[in-house]
Design a protein around this ligand. Structure first.
Ligand code: FMN
Length: 341
């Protein structure tokens, strides 16, 4: 088996042009995926997501993700996105657990309507010029539903399947069901990408060992440590991964602050600090026994924000290897690391 393809998970309000630029300067993934385009009767593709696709200047494939339920509207949107961008393909979201999305029978709720999934994919296939992929979970209520889903996926004309190894009900707070991902790898002829709680080199290695997946998709772990993709490449090719310092981490925050400002329409200091806090929840994890996160959350101005960052970051001390396993932002990675086979 060759080296796994590394992708940066789609994340609402995080997987943006600004974040991608910052990641790319630190090695970045092999593949990017946009946050989802919302598809409904009157929707047109969101301008800022189109801009992320069009203004990226690095030569790596980017998949455009869509969320919706109605085959006609999804087809209309896929055609439009491909007209307006050079995306490498279209990805269908079958995993979002948000009550607002599931209430409209979209995202993770679609896992309860296998006939509709088939209809959507069969209608999308002829209009999608590049790759047509699905991002799923292992079931809605229980991982026991995965058998039926695998039956479905194995009969669909898709070019790839990314599996977040939790059910929709489990949201982000459980162990990852690696055995289900391994079953998909064994059964499907298309590439399978494993996702969920990969936050360090050992967790990436464990995910490869336990599932044999063709690719690894990483979300929150890459926000916390933007060097993670390169570290995984270095480790899997037998080298010693680069260990980022708290000075690297400070430069990362500075870089992100600047890029987010550049891509923000009508920049305002206080709103900018609020915008940074979405990233900082993850970036601060594991640093200062939780006090860094708490202090950042209380900041109200750029001056306060940078005063706290400079107190916790900078210097030659290494970034803690792992985030805090707090059950909210990061969980399940200790269990993932434990070797079964
Ligand atoms: C803030 C946030 C936003 C997310 N937005 C999306 C999204 O737009 N589309 C999607 O398929 N998954 C989305 N996800 C789920 C992630 O893509 C990924 O499946 C999940 O975080 C598990 O992977 P990780 O443990 O590597 O973070 C989001 C997750 C987070 C934390």
């Amino acid at each position: 088996m060759g080296a796994p393809i590394l992708s940066l998970a789609p994340m609402q309000a995080i997987s943006t042009l600004a974040f991608w630029r910052v990641m790319e300067r630190r090695g970045g993934p092999d593949v990017y995926i946009t946050e989802y385009f919302r598809v409904h009767v009157h929707s047109t593709p969101e301008r800022q997501i189109l801009a992320s696709l069009n203004e990226t200047r690095f030569d790596k494939p980017i998949l455009a993700q869509m969320i919706g339920t109605e085959p006609d509207y999804l087809v209309r949107t896929a055609i439009k996105i491909q007209e307006l961008t050079d995306c490498a393909g279209i990805d269908l979201n079958l995993g979002c657990p948000s009550p607002r999305v599931c209430g409209r029978a979209a995202g993770g709720a679609l896992l309860r309507s296998t006939d509709l999934i088939r209809e959507i994919i069969e209608q999308l296939r002829p209009v999608v010029k590049g790759s047509l992929t699905i991002k799923t979970r292992v079931g809605f209520e229980s991982e026991e539903e995965f058998e039926e889903l695998l039956e479905l996926f194995s009969s669909l004309p898709i070019d790839g399947l990314a599996i977040h190894g939790r059910t929709v009900r489990e949201k982000y707070q459980s162990e990852v069901h690696t055995e289900e991902i391994a079953k998909a790898v064994a059964r499907l002829s298309c590439p399978v990408h494993a996702n969920g709680s990969i936050v360090t080199v050992p967790t990436a290695q464990a995910m490869c060992r336990k599932t044999g997946a063709d690719g690894l998709m990483i979300g929150r772990g890459a926000i916390r440590n933007p060097f993670l993709f390169d570290q995984i490449r270095q480790a899997l090719s037998g080298g010693n991964p680069y260990l980022p310092t708290l000075a690297d981490h400070l430069r990362y925050v500075e870089d992100l602050y600047e890029e987010v400002a550049k891509t923000t329409w009508k920049y305002e200091d206080i709103k900018h600090v609020q915008r940074m806090k979405k990233f900082m929840n993850y970036i601060a994890s594991g640093i200062g026994d939780g006090t860094f996160s708490k202090e950042i959350r209380r900041t109200q101005s750029p001056n306060e924000f940078w005063e706290v960052c400079h107190r916790y970051l900078g210097g030659s001390e290494l970034l803690p290897e792992e985030p805090t396993a707090d059950g909210k932002l990061f969980c399940g990675f200790k269990e993932l690391e434990r070797s079964v086979f």
